[in-house]
Design a protein around this ligand. Structure first.
Ligand code: CP
Length: 302
């Protein structure tokens, strides 16, 4: 991984994924180290974020590094018409590594092709969010004791949800069975289902969230993403389609955990928060350890 960009989860082999998770486990045991003391990381967020930006910045700070960057393009020369290429070439003069979130699919790949320093994709439109996937894998392995042969329920916006696309691609390397729970308007795109077919992996599709929950090892909830809809009426039709309630978890496995990349809107009722099966806030914490691991490996420090 040294000096390489991380743009999509399938840029990583299974062995590289496991190495990232193993090192993240070490960071969880010992999160205060000084290994980034000579490093400047730039966080360029052209779209809003709480967890991704702040967990990257927390990871850099805890490892003794410095952060520069912006959390909205309006305060930068992008608002004067500067191109993405010029922004990247400029910021690369000031930093050793660039973490970028951008609304346009493919922007992270493009940035990685023009940048002299590695780029970490922190989300590009509806396409990919690989560091979220790595923290999701970390959370799944930590709660289930394995990544192998698990039953993963992906719920909600499977059409525009970049986190579910990346997670599905990654879990396919570990023999998972998937259940896609979505309304017809937000079904998992065919290209991803064809990918699973080509790998000989099983998947099921259902509309009713209440069905088959007793089979799940992980219920991965997602938000219906208002910002991806071109027609606001289409969003209104599906925005509250699923609400997970505590009473729905009654027949689920004792080891089952509910994950969500967050932010949530209404799709997980707050009555789930006190359940021992709720894992979405520890999941967000795992982002710090996982991002420590990713950055230190890309920078060749470990
Ligand atoms: N999970 C995630 O990407 O959250 P943010 O949008 O808050 O970064």
């Amino acid at each position: 991984m040294k000096n390489k960009s991380l743009v999509a989860i399938n840029d990583l082999s299974k062995e590289e994924i496991i190495k990232i998770l193993d090192l993240a486990e070490e960071f969880e045991k010992n999160p205060i180290q000084d290994i980034l003391s000579k490093t400047v990381v730039a966080t360029l967020f052209f779209e809003p974020s709480t967890r991704t930006r702040l967990s990257f910045e927390s990871a850099v700070s805890r490892l003794g590094g410095r952060v520069i960057g912006f959390s909205e393009a309006a305060s930068t020369s992008v608002s004067k018409g500067e191109s993405l290429k010029d922004t990247i070439l400029t910021v690369a003069n000031y930093s050793d590594l660039i973490v970028m979130r951008h609304p346009i699919e493919g922007s992270a790949r493009y940035a990685s092709e023009v940048s002299p320093v590695p780029i970490i994709n922190a989300g590009d439109g509806a396409n990919q969010h690989p560091t979220q996937t790595l923290l999701d894998l970390y959370s799944i392995r930590k709660t289930q004791g394995t990544l192998q042969d698990l039953n993963i329920f992906l719920v909600g916006d499977l059409k525009y949800g970049r986190t579910v696309h990346s997670l599905m691609m990654a879990m396919s390397q570990f023999g998972a069975t998937f259940t896609f729970v979505s309304p017809n308007e937000l079904k998992m795109p065919n290209e991803y289902k064809m990918f699973l077919d080509s790998q000989g992996l099983k998947y099921y599709e259902q509309i009713d969230l209440n069905e088959n929950l007793d089979k799940a090892d992980i219920i991965y909830m997602t938000r219906v993403q208002r910002e991806r809809f071109s027609d606001p009426l289409e969003y209104e039709k599906v925005k509250n389609v699923y609400v997970l309630r505590n009473k729905m978890l009654g027949n689920t496995k004792p080891t089952m955990r509910v994950l969500h990349p967050l932010p949530r809107v209404n799709e997980i009722h707050t009555d789930v928060d006190t359940s021992p099966k709720a894992y979405y806030f520890p999941q967000a914490l795992n982002g710090v350890y996982t991002r420590m691991s990713i950055m230190s490996q890309i920078l060749g420090l470990l």
